[in-house]
Design a protein around this ligand. Structure first.
Ligand code: FAD
Length: 255
């Protein structure tokens, strides 16, 4: 009997984990429809006839490699995705928080959460090893605000709901750099609002969740919005080069 249980447990361990529930309206999204249409075409009219099916090695199990493996399989080929690391996902799969640096446009600085180090120690390591954004004094001044969160967890976090991010920073004497470089970007990303209006509970909950989710995705924060930071410089460059751009009515399709 116990041998039977062992075999059953071993078989269960080999099963892939159950799929997370899909958002109910996902099939109505444009991306889903486009991908489903591509898969249907590959599995239908473009399916390779048995004689011309290939064995394909795909190098890299990031999003491109996984998509490639899926579409090749849809088309009837035998694809093997080779991934050097022991996790799939590539760039996405790094326990890291990156921030655009205001003083060095185009450059990011990262907080690396070391593998195998449990929260909250991983956050302490990430803060201590960042040298580009935070000075030693900044790091020391962050301790009074972050230590209670790290020690008490969600109960401390919930109690901060009365404070905006800015009030929390003032209460715990945290340096202005943290607000300018980190919390403005986080506030905008999490709730589209500035730190003087955003509840500190929102930011701390996200941080606490992030430090505990070693299998979560990498997170990056830009230091501004896309129209200002991406589109405006491109438009300027176009104008400087002597070209123009203007807003027009939608052009009519030619026959
Ligand atoms: C924080 C963040 C947010 C992002 N947000 C967006 C977004 O909103 N929209 C968007 O379109 N894009 C976004 N991106 C970009 C997008 O995630 C990347 O463009 C995409 O993940 C790149 O996938 P990839 O498979 O091409 O490369 P990678 O993710 O770099 O994967 C390459 C894989 O190949 C493996 N590998 C390399 N060499 C070998 C080898 N010799 N043998 C075996 N394996 C090898 C690597 O280990 C890695 O797993 C974001 C990226 C980040 C980091």
């Amino acid at each position: 009997m116990s041998r039977l249980l062992c075999v059953a447990a071993f078989a269960a361990a080999l099963q892939p984990p159950p799929r997370a529930p899909e958002p109910p309206r996902i099939e109505k999204t444009a991306n889903y429809k486009a991908a489903a249409e591509a898969s249907a075409r590959l599995a239908g009219e473009l399916k390779a006839p048995p004689a011309s099916r290939k064995t394909v090695a795909v190098v890299g199990g990031g999003l491109s490699g996984l998509a490639c493996g899926k579409y090749l399989s849809d088309a009837g080929h035998e694809a093997t995705v080779h991934e050097a690391r022991d996790v799939l996902g590539g760039k996405w799969k790094a326990h890291r928080m990156s921030f655009a640096m205001r003083e060095r446009p185009g450059e990011f600085t990262s907080f690396e959460f070391p593998e195998g180090v449990p929260a909250p120690l991983n956050m302490a390591a990430a803060i201590l090893t960042n040298t580009e954004m935070l000075s030693l004094v900044d790091k020391i001044r962050m301790v009074p605000g972050l230590l209670p969160m790290l020690l008490e967890g969600q109960s401390f976090i919930d109690e901060q709901d009365e404070l905006s991010v800015l009030q929390f920073m003032e209460k715990y004497g945290m340096p202005d750099t943290i607000n300018e470089e980190i919390f403005i970007a986080m506030g905008k990303a999490l709730d589209f609002i500035d730190p003087d209006k955003l509840s500190m509970t929102v930011v701390l909950t996200a941080m606490n969740r992030f430090i505990n989710e070693a299998d979560g995705s990498q997170t990056a924060f830009l230091d501004g919005n896309q129209p200002e930071r991406v589109c405006a410089p491109m438009a300027d460059r176009i104008r400087d080069a002597g070209a123009t751009w203007k807003r027009t009515r939608p052009s009519r399709r030619s026959a």
